[in-house]
Design a protein around this ligand. Structure first.
Ligand code: SF4
Length: 65
């Protein structure tokens, strides 16, 4: 089973909570300034789930693909 994690960049308010909770997965692109998802293949799904729970804009999704 594989999961795809995405961020809706339109809804994201740049609060940084996802980076605080799961820094190995969520990073800020230093050129564009937007939050991006990395390490899709090796992620700790429990931490991602916590980041989803913490996100104030409900803009992180994790789907089975
Ligand atoms: S927690 Fe949600 S709103 Fe905050 S930076 Fe991450 S994706 Fe954006």
């Amino acid at each position: 089973m594989c999961r795809e994690i995405t961020i809706d960049a339109i809804k994201c308010n740049d609060c940084g909570s996802c980076i605080a909770v799961c820094p190995e997965m969520f990073v800020r692109n230093m050129e564009s300034g937007v939050i991006e998802v990395v390490m899709q293949d090796e992620c700790d799904y429990a931490s991602v789930q916590e980041a989803i729970h913490m996100c104030p804009e409900d803009c992180i999704t994790m789907e089975e693909v």
